[in-house]
Design a protein around this ligand. Sequence first.
Ligand SMILES: [Fe+2]
Length: 270
Amino acid sequence: MIDLHNHILFGVDDGAQTIADSLAMIKAGAARGFHTFVLTPHYMIYRGYTSPYEKNKIIFEQIKTACRKEGLSVKLILGNELQYEFALTERYGEDVYTAMGGTDYYLIETTRQNGTALGLLNFVLFLEKQGKKAVLAHPERYDFVQDDPNVLLDFIRRGVLIQSNYLSLIDYYDQKTTETVKIMLEHHMVHLLGSDAHQTEAYDLYPRAEAVGVELVGETQWRAFFTENAGAFLSGKDFDIIEPKPFRKPAKFGRVEEPDLSRWQKHTLL
Ligand SMILES: [Fe+2]
């Protein structure tokens, strides 16, 4: 299995702090069946997590060497998780932050509260102008997605891939996130899953998430998120993308609320 999102790279964000932490996380992930890890340290300007790519590469090589010494046969790939703010467009360049391994995709996120679809979509447009694309990290955690999951249709139609956290399925964050990720999975609004591990616990909890996920989407689809989809993604190949279904919000008094799709059908933001 492939983990496309984690904070294993030590000493640069709120994930692993030491090389021992990094190794413990890799071992915990490997014990749950992960053989490939895309290390995606935060590039988050407001919290001062701005370790440049050149520095990250040095730490990355240290972890790879340590894995070899310990006889861990895992594949490590370097990326970033970019928290959107306008300054990212001014800092664009391989020496500052990077795409996910050799792909053309940048992993992007926004704040849980008060983030906007518009800011993210404008960043997606900026990346398109550079010939690049985006993976949206854990949108189930954003309040504007929780309010209306259909906002993701804008992203998906624009070619953005959606990556959810498997921990979202087991109330690891909060109940609203759990409800939202379930809606997203049921409406084909998820293409990839990741751990977003900041410590070993995220891997230790994988079996609980798997049990819920398999119940929801079936064994084949669940495995595909971590194997076929993630593998094709990393090799720049296409994988099956099912047309998403708009979410019909249940109304308070038993009536089903039809989704208002006019704003997606009649005009786009970009
Ligand atoms: Fe993350």
